[in-house]
Design a protein. Structure first.
Length: 289
């Protein structure tokens, strides 16, 4: 089969799930991963023919994509902050907005004399922990999650080559229930606490795409409508217990609940709790200290 035909048929097959431009990007990602082709191969080489031995894998990939499985799960990887992270159905696929959280966190740590200690609550794939560990030389990062399967993914991300000889330290990953705020956690104090906890209200499910609802872990996403800020109260409590003098916290939030989320941190006793917006003006993070 010609590559150009496979691409156009694939875009058509994904048409009911994704806008055409996104379907096109998904097909490009698939071909790049499985065939090693580039986004322009089908244009420069219109006669490029897919080898018969590659066809069965592509056919099974297409079946998964058409069933709504995200491309990142089909190919087992996602790009985040310029690095390739392993993903499985047990972890949230890292989102672009979380890259902004990492940028802010790196900015908060810049200019510090000593390497910071960082706690990442609800670490999932470990994308925040690994990004900060690799970007901030010497940073000691601990990632916490309740899901053993997520912790397995986080702790086996393959960044040995980036870490070795760079002065960076691999993060440590620890099992804990963040909602159990009074548990013993004997890992010292932290200069920065970061988090991207579950924050999507159950009632928001109706606006979400089927491929997210059916293929990403509900544990990573949803909170009850009756108590949508439960993780923030817990994060505020962890921060009261484990933030060092002068330490800061930053957490991703539900954009519908910006002021309410900031109020959780003010009420917990933090002197400042500021809602940060993204470039499109959406409430994205609360920064507190
Ligand atoms: C929104 S995902 C964030 C994952 C990752 N930090 C990211 O930004 O892509 C939330 C994570 O919280 C974890 N989680 C859910 N409930 C938890 C709890 N009670 N204690 C600790 N982690 C929890 C889930 O397993 C999931 O990995």
């Amino acid at each position: 089969m010609l590559l150009k035909d496979f691409l156009s048929e694939g875009v058509k097959a994904l048409g009911s799930l994704y806008p055409a431009s996104e379907a096109h990007s998904i097909m490009q990602m698939l071909c790049e991963e499985r065939l090693g082709t580039k986004s322009y191969t089908h244009i420069l080489e219109p006669g490029y023919t897919i080898r018969p031995e590659d066809v069965p894998v592509l056919a099974s990939d297409m079946e998964r994509l058409v069933s709504g499985e995200p491309i990142q799960q089909v190919i087992g990887k996602a790009w985040f902050f310029g690095e390739e992270f392993r993903v499985t159905p047990d972890v949230l696929i890292p989102r672009p907005e979380t890259e902004i959280l990492c940028q802010e966190a790196i900015r908060l740590c810049s200019g510090k004399q000593s390497a910071p200690r960082i706690l990442d609550l609800c670490t999932g794939s470990g994308c925040i922990s690994w990004t900060l560990a690799m970007a901030i030389p010497g940073a000691e990062v601990i990632g916490v999650d309740i899901s053993d399967k997520a912790l397995e993914v986080a702790s086996t991300q393959d960044f040995k080559a980036c870490i070795e000889g760079s002065g960076a330290r691999a993060p440590r990953f620890i099992h804990a229930d963040v909602l159990d705020t009074e548990q013993s956690f004997a890992h010292g104090m932290f200069d920065l606490i970061v988090s991207n906890p579950p924050y999507v209200m159950d009632s928001q499910k109706a606006q979400m795409r089927v491929n997210v609802l059916e293929h990403e872990p509900g544990l990573a996403l949803f909170v009850p409508d009756e108590d949508p800020l439960l993780f923030y109260r817990a994060i505020a409590r962890w921060s009261r217990r484990f933030l060092a003098e002068g330490g800061k916290g930053i957490t991703e939030i539900n954009d519908l609940l910006g002021p309410e989320t900031a109020a959780v941190f003010s009420e917990a006793g933090f002197a400042t709790a500021e809602v940060l917006q993204d470039l499109s003006g959406r409430n994205r993070f609360v920064l507190y200290s």
